[in-house]
Design a binder for this molecule. Structure first.
Ligand SMILES: NC(=O)c1ccc[n+]([C@@H]2O[C@H](COP(=O)([O-])OP(=O)(O)OC[C@H]3O[C@@H](n4cnc5c(N)ncnc54)[C@H](OP(=O)(O)O)[C@@H]3O)[C@@H](O)[C@H]2O)c1
Length: 260
């Protein structure tokens, strides 16, 4: 009988979903995708899906042992630093091989006007010098540092309607889930008289439209750099991550020979 390996994909990104689709039919591999549970209607993926935190690194280490997880691929968002640190610690404790799948960061092009900053707190301190109408596309988790900024109007995009007022003085919310085309992003920025864009350097195509739009409109971008990854194996593509998982699986049985 084929020995079945259990793979935990830490998800919440398009790459995590693509990886689950890619490996979903692999014989000898059973997949669990874990989501933080922040999005109300996440896209369906093959295999088992669990939702909600594990209870820190210790909780995750317990989960790995209880569920006999053989492999972990951390395909969380490049800015989800806490779960990535927890996964590194938990896999170390449980002796489970771990790989990080993180799409490459965007690179500034010649006509881009990026001001690179190390974190959202620094972004909040510099944005007012660049403009008073700000497209704040950092996501819900990173709004708090902008709370004290007086005299700035923020356009905030979210996937789900916020349950509570945002911690900002002057703002409008628009709802939307990527991918976003550059033409639409440019039209949105013009419609709202945006003077500056604040973005995390998330990488990938789905949200690159706003970066292209800012370039076309000649707008400055406050670009928040990624947090550093913990030590360990990391790849940039779904293909590489799938190959790593497959290299830990038993060989697939040959299809039976058909004789004429
Ligand atoms: N940060 C972003 O900009 C961003 C953008 C798009 C998507 N996302 C996705 O949204 C999720 C939350 O992001 P975040 O920045 O809030 O994460 P975070 O700060 O790194 O994690 C905070 C806590 O949320 C729980 N958690 C996060 N991801 C989880 C997962 N995939 N499965 C189970 N629990 C998870 C963990 O709770 P416990 O300690 O209790 O285990 C973790 O300690 C991530 O899965 C990420 O891929 C994040």
């Amino acid at each position: 009988m084929l020995d079945v390996k259990r793979l935990l994909i830490l998800g919440g990104t398009g790459e995590a979903a693509a990886l689950a689709h890619r490996l979903g039919r692999r014989a000898g591999l059973s997949i669990v995708t874990s989501l933080a549970g922040r999005t109300r209607a996440p896209a369906a993926v093959p295999g088992e899906v669990r939702s909600g935190g594990f209870g820190g690194a210790e909780g995750l280490a317990r989960y790995l042992a209880e569920r006999n997880i053989d492999l972990v691929i951390d395909a969380t968002h490049p800015f989800a630093a806490q779960i990535t640190a927890n996964a590194a610690a938990a896999c170390e404790t449980a002796g489970v091989p771990r790989l990080v799948l993180a799409r490459p960061p965007w690179q500034a092009q010649a006509s881009d006007r990026w001001l690179r900053v190390p974190d959202a707190r620094t972004a909040a301190t510099v944005v007012g010098d660049l403009g008073r109408r700000v497209f704040l596309s950092t996501g819900r988790q990173d709004l708090a540092p902008f709370a004290g900024q007086q005299g700035i109007w923020f356009l905030v995009r979210m996937i789900d309607e916020p349950a509570e007022p945002l911690p900002l003085e002057n703002y409008d919310v628009i709802l939307g889930r990527g991918p976003f085309a550059a033409e639409d992003e440019a039209a949105l920025m013009q419609e709202h008289g945006i003077a500056v864009l604040v973005s995390k350097n998330s990488g990938g195509q789905a949200t690159y439209g706003k970066i292209e739009a800012a370039r076309r409109l000649g707008l400055p971008v406050v670009m928040i750099d990624r947090p550093a990854l913990p030590e360990g194996l990391a790849v940039h593509s779904v293909d590489e991550a799938a190959a790593w998982a497959e290299s830990h699986c038993p060989a697939e049985p040959e299809p039976p020979e058909i004789r004429a």
